[in-house]
Design a protein around this ligand. Structure first.
Ligand SMILES: Nc1ncnc2c1ncn2[C@@H]1O[C@H](COP(=O)(O)OP(=O)(O)O)[C@@H](O)[C@H]1O
Ligand SMILES: CC(=O)OP(=O)(O)O
Ligand SMILES: [Mg+2]
Length: 391
C-alpha cells in the first residue's frame, strides 16, 4: 500500500558477472517483500543466456507473487554498480550519460561493470518512467587521503590513465561501520572501526570517525586480501615473470589472478565450509589455504591499527566473516598486545544478529555485524528518488 506521499517500494538489483540478486523492499517499514537470485547466467547448459533474460525471469517471479515490475507501488529501482571511478562519488540518478559512464569504466572492473550496465539497460527498458539510481561500490572510499589512494608510480602516467586506489564493497563498509558504532552505543563520528568484509570478494577498510581512511582493494577488486578466486596482494613482478618465463599472455595472467587464484588456486575449493571439512580430515592443501588467508588478515589488522592509532572496534562481515568462527579466532589470535582479545564462547555462538564476540577485558571491541548492502542501496535510492539528498 502506498502512503499519502506516494509509492514506497524499491527494487534493488545486484548484477554479478554470472548472477543477478534482487530484493523488493517496502521503505515505509523496511520490510522485505521478496528476494531471490538467478545464477549461472551465460554459462554452458544454463537456461539463462544473459542478464536481460535473468531480469525477465525476476519480473515473472515477482508478478507471480502479485509484486510485478509494472506495479504502481514501485517508487524506484536501485542498482549496485561496482566501479564509479572518480566521477561518481554519490548515489546518482541514471540517465543515458550515466549509463555510458558505467560502460566507460568496464576496463577497471571487467568482472562486474558489464553486468551492472546490462541490468540498468534492461530495467530502464521495462520501466522507463521510474527513477533508477546507481549506488557505487567505490563511493564510500572517495574520502581516502591522497597518501592512501596514490600509488608510488610515475605521477604523470598514473594521472593520465586514472591509475589509483579506488576501493570497493563501499556500501557494505559504510553500512557495517555505522551499525558497529550503533552496537557500541556511539555515533559513527565517535569511533574508529576496522571492517573486514569477507565474502567471495574480500576487502578491509579503516574507518576513522565515520570516514574511510584506508581500504585494501585498489584500481580493481583484485588487490588486498586473499579471496575465493582472487590472489589479493602480490609482487607486481609476478605478472612480468609469468608473461616472460611461463609465456602466459596478459589475458591469461589476468584470468589466473582473478579466477584461479585465492582459496580456489591454493586448494581447489573457494567455499570456507568445504575448506573447514577438509582441514578436519587432515588435508594439508586446505590447511595451507586457510593459513595463507588468515595470515593476510592479521597483516591488515596490524597495518590498519597503525593507520588509525586507536581502534574502537573490529567488525567481521559477509559470508565468511559472519559465519566462520574458525577464521575469526585465527585472525585475532596473537593480537592481544594490540588490545584485541576474543571470547571463545561468544565467538562460537551462532546468531544472525549484530553481536560482540570480544572478551570483557579487550580494549578493542570485536564484533560480528551482518552486512545488508541491499537495504543500504534501497535507502539511498529511495532518498534520491524522492528528491532529497541520498546520504
Ligand atoms: N557457514 C559458513 N561457514 C563458513 N563460510 C561460509 C559459511 N556460509 C558461507 N560461507 C562463505 O561465504 C562465502 C560467500 O559469501 P557472500 O558474502 O555471500 O559472497 P558474495 O556476496 O561475494 O557472493 C562462501 O564462498 C563461503 O566461503
Ligand atoms: C567488488 C567485489 O569484489 O564484489 P564481489 O565481492 O561481489 O565480487
Ligand atoms: Mg557480496
Amino acid at each position: 500500500m502506498s502512503d499519502a506521499a506516494g509509492p514506497n517500494r524499491v527494487l534493488v538489483l545486484n548484477s554479478g558477472s554470472s548472477s543477478l540478486k534482487y530484493q523488493l523492499l517496502d521503505m515505509s517499514d523496511g520490510s522485505r517483500l521478496a528476494s531471490g537470485l538467478v545464477e549461472r547466467i551465460g554459462e554452458a547448459g544454463s537456461e539463462v543466456a544473459d542478464h536481460a533474460q535473468a531480469l525477465e525471469r525476476v519480473s515473472r517471479e515477482l508478478s507471480g507473487q502479485g509484486l510485478g515490475l509494472d506495479s504502481p507501488e514501485l517508487a524506484a529501482i536501485g542498482h549496485r554498480v561496482v566501479h564509479g571511478g572518480t566521477l561518481y562519488t554519490e548515489p546518482t540518478l541514471i540517465d543515458d550519460a550515466v549509463l555510458a559512464g558505467v560502460r566507460e569504466l568496464v576496463p577497471l572492473a571487467p568482472l562486474h561493470n558489464p553486468a551492472n550496465a546490462m541490468g540498468i539497460e534492461v530495467a530502464r527498458r521495462m520501466r522507463p518512467d521510474l527513477p533508477q539510481v546507481a549506488v557505487f561500490d567505490t563511493a564510500f572510499h572517495s574520502t581516502l587521503p591522497e597518501a592512501a589512494w596514490r600509488y608510488a608510480i610515475d605521477r604523470e602516467t598514473a594521472d593520465r590513465h586514472a591509475v589509483r586506489r579506488y576501493g570497493f564493497h563501499g556500501t557494505s563498509h559504510a553500512y557495517v561501520s555505522r551499525e558497529t558504532a550503533r552496537l557500541l552505543g556511539k555515533e559513527p563520528e565517535e569511533v574508529n572501526v576496522i571492517v573486514l568484509h569477507l565474502g567471495n570478494g574480500a576487502s578491509a577498510s579503516a574507518v576513522e570517525r565515520g570516514r574511510c581512511a584506508e581500504t585494501s582493494m585498489g584500481l580493481t577488486p583484485l588487490e588486498g586480501l586473499v579471496m575465493g578466486t582472487r590472489s589479493g596482494d602480490l609482487d607486481p613482478a609476478v605478472v612480468f615473470h609469468l608473461h616472460r618465463q611461463a609465456k602466459l599472455s596478459v589475458d591469461e595472467v589476468d584470468a589466473l589472478l582473478n579466477r584461479r587464484s585465492g582459496l580456489v588456486g591454493l586448494c581447489g575449493d573457494n567455499d570456507m565450509r568445504e575448506i573447514g571439512r577438509r582441514m578436519a580430515e587432515g588435508d594439508t592443501a586446505a590447511r595451507t589455504a586457510f593459513d595463507v588467508y588468515v595470515h593476510r588478515l592479521k597483516k591488515y589488522l596490524g597495518a590498519y591499527t597503525a593507520v588509525l592509532g586507536t581502534v574502537d572496534a573490529v567488525a567481521f562481515t559477509a559470508g565468511v566473516g559472519e559465519n566462520s568462527a574458525a577464521v575469526r579466532a585465527a585472525a585475532i589470535s596473537g593480537l592481544e598486545p594490540l588490545g584485541m582479545i576474543l571470547d571463545p564462547v561468544r565467538n562460537t555462538v551462532r546468531s544472525g544478529a549484530a553481536r560482540l564476540i570480544s572478551a570483557d577485558g579487550s580494549r578493542t571491541a570485536i564484533a560480528v555485524v551482518p552486512t545488508d548492502e541491499e537495504m543500504e542501496i534501497a535507502r539511498q535510492t529511495y532518498a534520491l528518488a524522492r528528491g532529497g539528498s541520498a546520504s
